[in-house]
Design a binder for this molecule. Structure first.
Ligand code: PGA
Length: 252
């Protein structure tokens, strides 16, 4: 089965409303016919307006950067999966290292979020990846195996098929230090083999695994040419329309 190619722009806590609309228009103006799905993941308040602009465009979708694990209720400041669905979000980032580190999100919480997202027709983009210390200790594959198995392996096959994975080594995020294509490929191939062992070869071959961490207009082509890298989760470079579009054109 042919896997979906995906480029997702995680805008993080950047842009105000008019800047967000301008960036969306610029991306659309520069956009050429590509063979990938493009996802814009802006701050919450902009999702609805951006989705209104993108919803008639082929292969463009919006996503959200966070969701709470409970369906609704007295959780001041949090946003529910059904609220996100209702404003047009289709994808949801879960497990980003900035949320794990700055907001202490643990495996159980992430597992609950995945369940709630799927129940509300949001497609999770589950982020995982090792710290610099874990890479240097040589134990990174063990760390990754734990991050994958404890948050995802309770899912049914049809549920994991609705999940996108994103390998984001913490040491590469926002640092300008990218994993080499070979380093990333090693992890992507390993994760695909974990999914094959837990589910089936068909499922493993169908799931898109993105790379994130200082992926940019210069290095995307080399990364995306690797057999198990199906696209990118882009932070900094997604804030420039030209760079984002170059990245979406980086599949051969
Ligand atoms: P970066 O961020 O591209 O700025 O390194 C990637 C991410 O955090 O998703």
């Amino acid at each position: 089965m042919k896997r979906k190619k995906i480029v997702a722009g995680n805008w993080k806590m950047n842009k105000n409303f008019s800047e967000a609309l301008n960036l969306t228009s610029e991306i659309l103006n520069l956009s050429e016919k590509t063979n990938c799905i493009k996802i814009i993941i802006p701050p919450f308040p902009f999702i609805h307006a951006i989705n209104e602009i993108l919803k008639s465009k082929i292969d463009f979708y919006t996503g959200a950067q966070n969701v709470h694990d409970q369906e609704q209720g007295a959780f001041t400041g949090e946003v529910s999966a059904s609220a996100l669905s209702s404003v047009g979000a289709k994808y949801i980032l879960i497990g980003h290292s900035e949320r794990r580190i700055f907001f202490n999100e643990d495996a159980q919480f992430l597992k609950n979020k995945i369940n709630t997202a799927l129940k509300n027709q949001l497609l999770p983009i589950y982020c995982f990846g090792e710290s610099l210390l874990e890479r240097e200790s040589g134990n990174y594959l063990k760390v990754i195996e734990k991050q994958i198995s404890e948050v995802l392996f309770h899912l049914q096959e049809n549920e994991i098929l609705n999940t996108v994975l994103a390998y984001e080594p913490v040491w590469a995020i926002g640092t300008g230090k990218t994993a080499s294509p070979e380093q990333a490929q090693e992890v992507h191939q390993f994760v695909r083999s974990l999914i094959k062992n837990q589910y089936s070869i068909e499922t493993a071959e169908s799931i898109s695994i993105l790379y994130g961490g200082s992926c940019n207009a210069q290095n995307a082509k080399a990364l995306f040419s690797m057999a198990d890298i199906d696209g990118g989760l882009i932070g900094g470079a997604s804030l420039k329309a030209e760079d984002f579009n170059t990245i979406t054109n980086s599949f051969s």
